[in-house]
Design a protein around this ligand. Structure first.
Ligand SMILES: *[C@@H]1O[C@H](CO)[C@@H](O)[C@H](O)[C@H]1NC(C)=O
Ligand SMILES: *[C@@H]1O[C@H](CO)[C@@H](O)[C@H](O)[C@H]1NC(C)=O
Length: 467
């Protein structure tokens, strides 16, 4: 799954500078005054030590610093500017840190091990979710006693509402690390478990979605792991590969609705029904728009599936009704596409399918449509798909205690810092027994967090928004 998801990153087009820059850039006063203005805002920055009421963690899976630069340039060029000078919403976040992403057993991690690190606060092995590194990939027995809980559970235990919004199947490794414990990230439904794992009592990720932490909002794809084997999909009734997968014949969607009878709970699978959900009157929402992963934004059928901006907005409107606040995990893909004006792209990914040598030379891509969605970004080393990189991932933070995210740290620190900021989880010695507040004497919290988040989503990167 990582592979499909990450191939989007490979499609992302880096754009090189055009030959002549804006005329003001030739004047040194332009640069001096820009620098002085940046200096003034750095000097004016005050630490915000309030307690964060809400936590939103945005993740651009596989988004390295190269992608951030490319996205920034593309954004600017789509606005008819040269690009590099563009300030993205997240560029204005006052604190930036670098997370070291390696897993316990590999230098280059995957979504399962990284999700477990930044959500559960513990580094682990490749392909495992919600378990510590004493558990072994695919070995059910080794999972027992090695489960670790996530900030989603800590938030729920503290009385907050919690949600996940993703463009993948909701059983995918990243969201799964927030609610499941599985020695294998691929145990989506019971049909994916080997017999030995069934005999040893391991439970698939889809079942854990509805039976572990009580999640208020679940939005993404993954219907087929929830329904009985052979059940036709509502959207693709004749497609065999979209049929229900569950050998145990359970319908987990109906079971989930049955558990919420005291509350207003809705299941939807298309945009019409999704748009009709009134967030003010809805306690629980499960929205599964595809049998598996959602389609890439450029291929999305906008009549059937809402965008990640629409889904995140609805999720927040449902969650923010809780006076104790909420935790929301948002996992997306970059919808950025752009133009490539020169015969090579300046930003390369370290590996991936873009590696091509023809006649002992790098191919001339002048005649290639690099804006086509199937164009593959050039890369230095040949691989079928881009894997996660081993390089540090930048994290942008905003709001109470955002200064905790400065510097270079291990990725599992992120869960601890978010929990500290919101006074949830184990470490609460610093928390005075008062209600969480989002009042902000300084400059930190945006006036309209919802809209701030929406523009953040347009440049989907790893970011923590506390408010
Ligand atoms: C950029 O320029 C093109 C061509 O002149 C124009 O059609 C488009 O509306 C412009 N976009 C913006 C965001 O100004
Ligand atoms: C959306 O789902 C509902 C509930 O299953 C169904 O009645 C409706 O026809 C669907 N709409 C579309 C456009 O498929």
């Amino acid at each position: 799954m990582v592979t499909v998801h990450l191939s989007v990153v490979c499609y992302l087009l880096a754009v090189v500078s055009v030959t002549c820059g804006p005329v003001e850039e030739e004047n040194p006063e332009f640069w001096r005054s820009l620098a002085q203005s940046t200096l003034r805002s750095a000097l004016a920055r005050r630490q915000n030590t309030n307690v964060a009421k809400n936590i939103v963690l945005f993740l651009g899976d596989g988004m390295g610093v190269t992608t951030i630069t490319a996205a920034r340039i593309l954004k600017g060029q789509m606005e008819n500017r040269t690009g590099e000078e563009t300030v993205m919403n997240m560029d204005t976040f006052p604190y930036v840190g670098l997370a070291k992403v390696y897993s316990v057993d590999f230098q280059i991690p995957d979504s399962a091990s990284t999700g477990t690190a930044y959500l559960c606060g513990v580094k682990t092995n490749l392909n495992t979710v919600g378990v510590n590194a004493a558990a072994r990939n695919g070995v059910c027995r080794s999972q027992k006693g090695n489960e670790v809980t996530s900030i989603l559970k800590w938030a729920k235990d503290a009385g907050k509402s919690v949600g996940i919004v993703t463009t993948t199947r909701v059983q995918h490794a990243t969201p799964a690390a927030s609610y499941a414990h599985s020695a294998s990230r691929t145990w989506y439904s019971d049909a994916d478990l080997p017999l030995s794992a069934v005999n040893e009592g391991c439970v698939d990720i889809a079942v854990q979605l509805i039976t572990n932490t009580d999640i208020d909002v679940i939005i993404g794809g993954g219907r087929k792991y929830m329904t009985p084997k052979g059940d036709p999909d509502p959207e693709y009734p004749t497609d065999v590969s979209s049929q229900g997968q569950r050998k145990d014949k359970r319908n987990l969607i109906n079971e989930w609705l049955g558990m919420k009878q005291e509350k207003v709970a809705r299941f939807v699978w298309n945009k019409t029904d999704f748009d009709a959900v009134d967030p003010e009157k809805t306690d629980y929402l499960m929205a599964l728009f595809e049998p598996g992963d959602l389609r890439y934004d450029v291929e999305r059928d906008s009549r059937m599936d809402p965008s990640i901006i629409e889904t995140t907005e609805k999720a927040i409107k449902i969650l923010q009704k809780n006076p104790n606040g909420f935790f929301l995990l948002v996992e997306g893909k970059s919808p950025v596409f752009g133009l490539d004006f020169l015969p090579y792209t300046t930003l390369m990914y370290g590996n991936g399918p873009g590696h091509k040598i023809q006649n002992n030379k790098r191919p001339d891509i002048r005649k290639v449509d690099t804006t086509h969605k199937d164009y593959v970004q050039q890369s230095a080393a040949p691989l079928d798909t881009e894997t996660h990189g081993g390089e540090d991932v930048a994290l942008f933070a905003h709001g109470p205690m955002a200064h905790l995210f400065q510097g270079v740290y291990e990725q599992n620190y992120i869960a601890h810092a978010m929990a500290y900021a919101a006074c949830i989880g184990a470490n609460q010695q610093h928390c005075t027994p008062v209600l969480p507040t989002n009042t902000d004497p300084g400059s930190a919290a945006p006036d309209t967090p919802l809209w701030s988040m929406m523009s953040l989503l347009l440049s989907m990167m790893t970011a923590v928004l506390l408010y």
